[in-house]
Design a protein around this ligand. Structure first.
Ligand code: ATP
Ligand code: MG
Length: 334
Protein backbone atom coordinates (compact mmCIF):
# COMPACT_ATOMS: atom_id res chain seq x y z
CA UNK A 1 0.00 0.00 0.00
CA UNK A 2 1.11 3.58 -0.52
CA UNK A 3 1.81 5.37 2.75
CA UNK A 4 -0.60 8.06 3.96
CA UNK A 5 2.34 10.04 5.28
CA UNK A 6 5.91 10.03 4.06
CA UNK A 7 8.74 11.92 5.75
CA UNK A 8 11.98 12.11 3.77
CA UNK A 9 15.26 13.58 4.85
CA UNK A 10 13.56 16.03 7.17
CA UNK A 11 15.86 18.58 8.78
CA UNK A 12 14.72 21.38 11.05
CA UNK A 13 16.88 24.20 12.42
CA UNK A 14 15.86 26.96 14.76
CA UNK A 15 17.15 30.48 14.58
CA UNK A 16 17.99 31.44 18.13
CA UNK A 17 19.65 34.80 18.74
CA UNK A 18 21.22 34.83 15.27
CA UNK A 19 22.47 31.23 15.50
CA UNK A 20 21.11 28.23 13.65
CA UNK A 21 20.47 25.49 16.16
CA UNK A 22 19.80 22.10 14.56
CA UNK A 23 16.84 20.26 16.09
CA UNK A 24 16.10 17.44 13.66
CA UNK A 25 18.30 15.76 11.06
CA UNK A 26 17.78 13.28 8.23
CA UNK A 27 14.53 11.94 9.62
CA UNK A 28 12.82 9.35 7.40
CA UNK A 29 9.70 7.32 7.99
CA UNK A 30 6.49 6.16 6.34
CA UNK A 31 3.10 5.81 7.97
CA UNK A 32 0.63 3.41 6.39
CA UNK A 33 -3.16 3.35 6.61
CA UNK A 34 -4.40 1.60 9.73
CA UNK A 35 -0.99 1.55 11.33
CA UNK A 36 0.15 2.84 14.72
CA UNK A 37 3.67 4.22 14.40
CA UNK A 38 5.26 5.28 17.66
CA UNK A 39 8.03 7.84 17.89
CA UNK A 40 9.99 7.36 21.07
CA UNK A 41 13.07 9.05 22.43
CA UNK A 42 14.42 11.20 25.18
CA UNK A 43 13.17 14.68 25.93
CA UNK A 44 14.43 17.15 23.34
CA UNK A 45 15.09 14.47 20.72
CA UNK A 46 12.81 16.19 18.21
CA UNK A 47 9.57 14.21 18.46
CA UNK A 48 7.21 17.17 18.87
CA UNK A 49 9.04 19.34 16.37
CA UNK A 50 8.72 16.55 13.79
CA UNK A 51 4.98 16.24 14.40
CA UNK A 52 4.43 20.01 14.23
CA UNK A 53 6.21 20.02 10.88
CA UNK A 54 3.72 17.45 9.56
CA UNK A 55 0.88 19.88 10.33
CA UNK A 56 2.77 22.89 9.01
CA UNK A 57 2.71 24.33 12.52
CA UNK A 58 6.40 25.01 13.09
CA UNK A 59 7.09 28.31 14.85
CA UNK A 60 8.34 31.27 12.83
CA UNK A 61 11.99 30.84 13.80
CA UNK A 62 12.12 27.29 12.37
CA UNK A 63 13.65 26.40 8.99
CA UNK A 64 12.76 23.01 7.55
CA UNK A 65 14.03 21.10 4.54
CA UNK A 66 13.28 17.70 3.05
CA UNK A 67 9.85 16.36 2.21
CA UNK A 68 6.68 15.65 4.14
CA UNK A 69 4.16 14.10 1.79
CA UNK A 70 0.49 13.85 2.67
CA UNK A 71 -1.54 12.43 -0.18
CA UNK A 72 1.32 13.20 -2.52
CA UNK A 73 1.44 16.88 -1.47
CA UNK A 74 4.51 18.33 0.16
CA UNK A 75 3.52 20.04 3.39
CA UNK A 76 6.85 21.84 3.66
CA UNK A 77 6.57 25.20 1.93
CA UNK A 78 2.88 24.65 1.18
CA UNK A 79 0.56 27.67 1.14
CA UNK A 80 -1.85 28.33 4.02
CA UNK A 81 -4.65 27.35 1.67
CA UNK A 82 -3.17 23.92 1.01
CA UNK A 83 -2.35 23.50 4.69
CA UNK A 84 -5.87 24.31 5.81
CA UNK A 85 -7.11 21.62 3.45
CA UNK A 86 -4.82 19.15 5.19
CA UNK A 87 -5.19 20.17 8.84
CA UNK A 88 -8.14 18.52 10.50
CA UNK A 89 -9.26 16.86 7.28
CA UNK A 90 -6.31 14.66 6.43
CA UNK A 91 -4.08 15.05 9.46
CA UNK A 92 -5.28 16.04 12.91
CA UNK A 93 -3.62 16.21 16.25
CA UNK A 94 -4.34 15.71 19.90
CA UNK A 95 -2.09 17.35 22.43
CA UNK A 96 -0.67 16.49 25.79
CA UNK A 97 -2.84 18.72 27.94
CA UNK A 98 -6.51 18.80 26.97
CA UNK A 99 -7.32 21.57 29.43
CA UNK A 100 -5.25 24.01 27.35
CA UNK A 101 -6.68 22.93 24.03
CA UNK A 102 -10.38 23.57 24.69
CA UNK A 103 -11.77 27.09 24.79
CA UNK A 104 -13.01 27.72 28.35
CA UNK A 105 -15.63 30.23 27.20
CA UNK A 106 -17.74 27.89 25.07
CA UNK A 107 -19.58 24.66 25.75
CA UNK A 108 -18.24 21.39 24.42
CA UNK A 109 -21.20 21.16 22.05
CA UNK A 110 -20.63 24.64 20.68
CA UNK A 111 -16.98 23.89 19.97
CA UNK A 112 -17.69 20.61 18.20
CA UNK A 113 -20.56 22.10 16.20
CA UNK A 114 -18.48 25.10 15.13
CA UNK A 115 -15.76 22.78 13.96
CA UNK A 116 -18.26 20.71 11.97
CA UNK A 117 -19.74 23.90 10.52
CA UNK A 118 -16.29 24.86 9.26
CA UNK A 119 -15.31 21.49 7.87
CA UNK A 120 -18.70 20.04 6.91
CA UNK A 121 -20.77 22.99 5.69
CA UNK A 122 -23.06 20.70 3.73
CA UNK A 123 -24.57 19.21 6.93
CA UNK A 124 -27.79 20.62 8.38
CA UNK A 125 -27.85 21.79 12.00
CA UNK A 126 -29.68 18.63 13.03
CA UNK A 127 -27.15 16.44 11.21
CA UNK A 128 -24.27 18.31 12.85
CA UNK A 129 -25.76 17.72 16.27
CA UNK A 130 -26.25 14.06 15.45
CA UNK A 131 -22.64 13.81 14.29
CA UNK A 132 -21.40 15.54 17.45
CA UNK A 133 -23.19 13.01 19.63
CA UNK A 134 -21.90 10.17 17.48
CA UNK A 135 -18.32 11.45 17.87
CA UNK A 136 -18.66 11.65 21.65
CA UNK A 137 -20.06 8.15 21.64
CA UNK A 138 -17.06 6.96 19.59
CA UNK A 139 -14.69 8.17 22.31
CA UNK A 140 -16.85 6.38 24.88
CA UNK A 141 -17.94 9.48 26.76
CA UNK A 142 -20.94 8.65 28.92
CA UNK A 143 -24.22 10.56 28.37
CA UNK A 144 -22.97 12.21 25.18
CA UNK A 145 -26.18 14.26 24.61
CA UNK A 146 -25.89 15.89 28.04
CA UNK A 147 -22.17 16.55 27.67
CA UNK A 148 -22.79 18.91 24.79
CA UNK A 149 -23.97 21.51 27.32
CA UNK A 150 -20.91 21.19 29.54
CA UNK A 151 -18.21 23.82 29.76
CA UNK A 152 -14.60 22.52 29.64
CA UNK A 153 -14.02 23.22 33.35
CA UNK A 154 -16.93 20.91 34.16
CA UNK A 155 -15.09 17.97 32.59
CA UNK A 156 -12.44 15.80 34.19
CA UNK A 157 -9.05 15.62 32.46
CA UNK A 158 -9.94 12.26 30.93
CA UNK A 159 -13.31 13.52 29.71
CA UNK A 160 -11.67 16.62 28.22
CA UNK A 161 -9.15 14.44 26.38
CA UNK A 162 -12.01 12.32 25.00
CA UNK A 163 -13.61 15.51 23.69
CA UNK A 164 -10.32 16.50 22.07
CA UNK A 165 -10.04 13.10 20.41
CA UNK A 166 -13.65 13.40 19.22
CA UNK A 167 -12.88 16.78 17.66
CA UNK A 168 -9.75 15.41 16.03
CA UNK A 169 -11.83 12.64 14.49
CA UNK A 170 -14.60 14.95 13.28
CA UNK A 171 -13.47 14.90 9.66
CA UNK A 172 -12.33 11.28 9.46
CA UNK A 173 -8.66 12.18 9.11
CA UNK A 174 -6.29 9.71 7.53
CA UNK A 175 -3.65 10.47 10.13
CA UNK A 176 -4.12 11.19 13.82
CA UNK A 177 -1.07 12.56 15.59
CA UNK A 178 -1.12 12.04 19.34
CA UNK A 179 1.72 13.84 21.12
CA UNK A 180 2.01 12.42 24.63
CA UNK A 181 -1.79 12.13 24.78
CA UNK A 182 -1.90 10.78 28.31
CA UNK A 183 1.00 12.26 30.25
CA UNK A 184 -1.13 15.06 31.75
CA UNK A 185 -3.64 12.54 33.08
CA UNK A 186 -3.46 10.37 36.14
CA UNK A 187 -2.52 6.78 35.60
CA UNK A 188 -5.93 5.13 35.75
CA UNK A 189 -7.32 7.63 33.25
CA UNK A 190 -4.25 7.13 31.04
CA UNK A 191 -5.22 3.50 30.68
CA UNK A 192 -8.80 4.41 29.65
CA UNK A 193 -7.68 6.93 27.04
CA UNK A 194 -5.19 4.46 25.57
CA UNK A 195 -7.96 1.85 25.38
CA UNK A 196 -10.18 4.38 23.59
CA UNK A 197 -7.39 5.09 21.10
CA UNK A 198 -6.80 1.42 20.51
CA UNK A 199 -10.45 0.67 19.87
CA UNK A 200 -10.84 3.69 17.61
CA UNK A 201 -7.84 2.63 15.65
CA UNK A 202 -9.34 -0.82 15.15
CA UNK A 203 -12.70 0.65 14.15
CA UNK A 204 -11.58 3.41 11.83
CA UNK A 205 -8.90 3.08 9.18
CA UNK A 206 -6.98 6.02 10.60
CA UNK A 207 -3.25 5.73 10.97
CA UNK A 208 -1.88 6.97 14.29
CA UNK A 209 1.44 8.69 14.82
CA UNK A 210 1.92 8.21 18.54
CA UNK A 211 4.54 10.24 20.32
CA UNK A 212 5.52 9.00 23.72
CA UNK A 213 8.45 8.23 25.91
CA UNK A 214 6.57 5.48 27.68
CA UNK A 215 7.77 2.10 26.39
CA UNK A 216 4.78 0.46 28.10
CA UNK A 217 2.47 2.48 25.87
CA UNK A 218 4.58 1.53 22.87
CA UNK A 219 4.29 -2.16 23.72
CA UNK A 220 0.51 -1.82 24.08
CA UNK A 221 -0.33 0.16 20.98
CA UNK A 222 2.40 0.41 18.38
CA UNK A 223 2.85 -1.65 15.24
CA UNK A 224 6.17 -0.06 14.37
CA UNK A 225 8.55 2.19 16.25
CA UNK A 226 10.85 5.05 15.29
CA UNK A 227 13.49 5.58 17.94
CA UNK A 228 14.86 9.12 18.00
CA UNK A 229 17.79 10.59 19.81
CA UNK A 230 19.25 14.06 19.52
CA UNK A 231 17.25 14.87 16.40
CA UNK A 232 18.17 11.70 14.52
CA UNK A 233 16.50 8.37 13.89
CA UNK A 234 18.47 5.67 15.66
CA UNK A 235 16.35 2.76 14.56
CA UNK A 236 13.02 1.98 12.89
CA UNK A 237 11.55 -1.47 13.34
CA UNK A 238 8.36 -3.44 14.02
CA UNK A 239 7.45 -3.38 17.70
CA UNK A 240 8.30 -7.07 18.17
CA UNK A 241 11.82 -6.42 16.95
CA UNK A 242 12.26 -3.33 19.11
CA UNK A 243 11.43 -5.35 22.21
CA UNK A 244 12.77 -8.72 21.03
CA UNK A 245 16.09 -7.83 19.43
CA UNK A 246 16.77 -4.12 19.37
CA UNK A 247 19.71 -3.06 17.21
CA UNK A 248 20.66 0.39 18.42
CA UNK A 249 22.47 0.71 21.73
CA UNK A 250 20.15 3.57 22.57
CA UNK A 251 17.06 1.40 22.06
CA UNK A 252 18.56 -1.14 24.44
CA UNK A 253 19.12 1.61 26.98
CA UNK A 254 15.53 2.78 26.62
CA UNK A 255 14.29 -0.74 27.21
CA UNK A 256 16.58 -1.24 30.17
CA UNK A 257 15.02 1.86 31.70
CA UNK A 258 11.54 0.32 31.71
CA UNK A 259 10.67 -0.83 35.19
CA UNK A 260 9.03 -4.18 35.38
CA UNK A 261 6.21 -2.96 37.53
CA UNK A 262 2.52 -2.33 37.10
CA UNK A 263 1.57 0.71 35.06
CA UNK A 264 0.51 2.50 38.24
CA UNK A 265 4.09 2.44 39.43
CA UNK A 266 5.75 3.26 36.17
CA UNK A 267 8.41 5.78 37.01
CA UNK A 268 10.43 8.08 34.81
CA UNK A 269 11.99 6.36 31.82
CA UNK A 270 14.62 9.01 31.35
CA UNK A 271 17.75 7.47 29.92
CA UNK A 272 20.85 8.65 31.70
CA UNK A 273 23.66 9.45 29.32
CA UNK A 274 25.89 11.62 31.43
CA UNK A 275 28.93 10.50 33.30
CA UNK A 276 28.11 9.42 36.83
CA UNK A 277 27.87 12.23 39.35
CA UNK A 278 28.36 9.83 42.21
CA UNK A 279 30.42 6.66 42.02
CA UNK A 280 30.59 4.20 44.85
CA UNK A 281 33.13 1.44 44.45
CA UNK A 282 33.47 -1.48 46.80
CA UNK A 283 32.19 0.44 49.82
CA UNK A 284 32.76 -1.22 53.17
CA UNK A 285 31.44 0.43 56.34
CA UNK A 286 31.96 -0.89 59.84
CA UNK A 287 30.51 0.41 63.07
CA UNK A 288 31.86 -0.40 66.49
CA UNK A 289 29.28 -1.74 68.82
CA UNK A 290 29.19 -0.93 72.54
CA UNK A 291 31.62 -3.67 73.35
CA UNK A 292 34.07 -2.29 70.76
CA UNK A 293 33.53 -5.08 68.29
CA UNK A 294 33.47 -4.13 64.56
CA UNK A 295 30.10 -4.70 62.92
CA UNK A 296 30.09 -4.69 59.15
CA UNK A 297 27.08 -2.60 58.01
CA UNK A 298 27.95 -2.38 54.33
CA UNK A 299 30.04 -5.03 52.72
CA UNK A 300 31.49 -4.24 49.29
CA UNK A 301 28.77 -2.20 47.58
CA UNK A 302 29.33 -0.56 44.18
CA UNK A 303 26.95 1.68 42.28
CA UNK A 304 26.94 4.87 40.29
CA UNK A 305 24.35 7.55 39.84
CA UNK A 306 24.01 9.82 36.84
CA UNK A 307 22.51 13.28 36.51
CA UNK A 308 18.75 13.19 36.51
CA UNK A 309 18.63 9.65 37.74
CA UNK A 310 16.80 8.34 40.74
CA UNK A 311 18.17 5.20 42.35
CA UNK A 312 16.04 3.33 44.84
CA UNK A 313 17.80 1.39 47.55
CA UNK A 314 15.49 -1.27 48.84
CA UNK A 315 16.14 -3.98 51.35
CA UNK A 316 15.26 -5.27 54.78
CA UNK A 317 15.70 -3.26 57.92
CA UNK A 318 19.37 -2.96 58.83
CA UNK A 319 20.63 -3.97 55.41
CA UNK A 320 22.75 -0.83 55.10
CA UNK A 321 20.65 1.48 52.92
CA UNK A 322 20.92 4.57 55.11
CA UNK A 323 24.56 3.94 55.78
CA UNK A 324 25.28 4.07 52.06
CA UNK A 325 23.49 7.43 51.89
CA UNK A 326 25.41 8.78 54.87
CA UNK A 327 28.69 7.55 53.42
CA UNK A 328 28.07 9.56 50.27
CA UNK A 329 27.91 12.65 52.49
CA UNK A 330 30.98 11.62 54.46
CA UNK A 331 28.85 11.05 57.54
CA UNK A 332 29.50 7.39 58.16
CA UNK A 333 32.48 6.07 60.07
CA UNK A 334 34.90 4.42 57.65
P1 ATP B 1 9.85 16.01 24.94
O1 ATP B 1 9.90 14.53 25.13
O2 ATP B 1 10.45 16.73 26.09
O3 ATP B 1 8.50 16.53 24.53
P2 ATP B 1 10.71 16.29 22.17
O4 ATP B 1 11.42 15.10 21.62
O5 ATP B 1 9.30 16.49 21.79
O6 ATP B 1 10.91 16.32 23.75
P3 ATP B 1 11.13 18.76 20.77
O7 ATP B 1 10.12 19.61 21.43
O8 ATP B 1 10.81 18.22 19.44
O9 ATP B 1 11.58 17.58 21.72
O10 ATP B 1 12.48 19.63 20.68
C1 ATP B 1 13.58 19.27 19.85
C2 ATP B 1 14.62 20.36 19.91
O11 ATP B 1 14.12 21.54 19.28
C3 ATP B 1 15.02 20.78 21.32
O12 ATP B 1 16.41 20.88 21.37
C4 ATP B 1 14.38 22.14 21.50
O13 ATP B 1 15.18 22.97 22.32
C5 ATP B 1 14.32 22.67 20.10
N1 ATP B 1 13.18 23.61 19.94
C6 ATP B 1 11.87 23.32 19.97
N2 ATP B 1 11.11 24.42 19.77
C7 ATP B 1 11.97 25.44 19.62
C8 ATP B 1 11.83 26.86 19.36
N3 ATP B 1 10.62 27.42 19.23
N4 ATP B 1 12.96 27.61 19.27
C9 ATP B 1 14.17 27.05 19.40
N5 ATP B 1 14.39 25.75 19.62
C10 ATP B 1 13.31 24.93 19.72
MG1 MG C 1 7.51 16.78 22.93
Amino acid sequence: TTPVLTVRNLAIDFLVGGDRVPAVHAVDFDLHAGEVLAIVGESGSGKSVTSLAVLGLLPGNARASGEILVDGQNVLGASEKVLSGIRGRKVSMIFQDPSNALDPVFTVGYQILEMLKRHRPQLTAAQRRERAVELLRMVELRDPEDRLDYYPHQLSGGQAQRVMIAMALACDPEVLIADEPTTALDVTVQREILDVLRRLQQRTAAAILLITHDMGVVADLADRVVVMRRGRVEETAPVQRIFGCPEAEYTKALLAAVPRLGAAHRASTAVPHERPVLEIADLVVEYRNRRGRAMRAVDGVSMDIRAGEMIALVGESGSGKSTIGKSALGLAPL
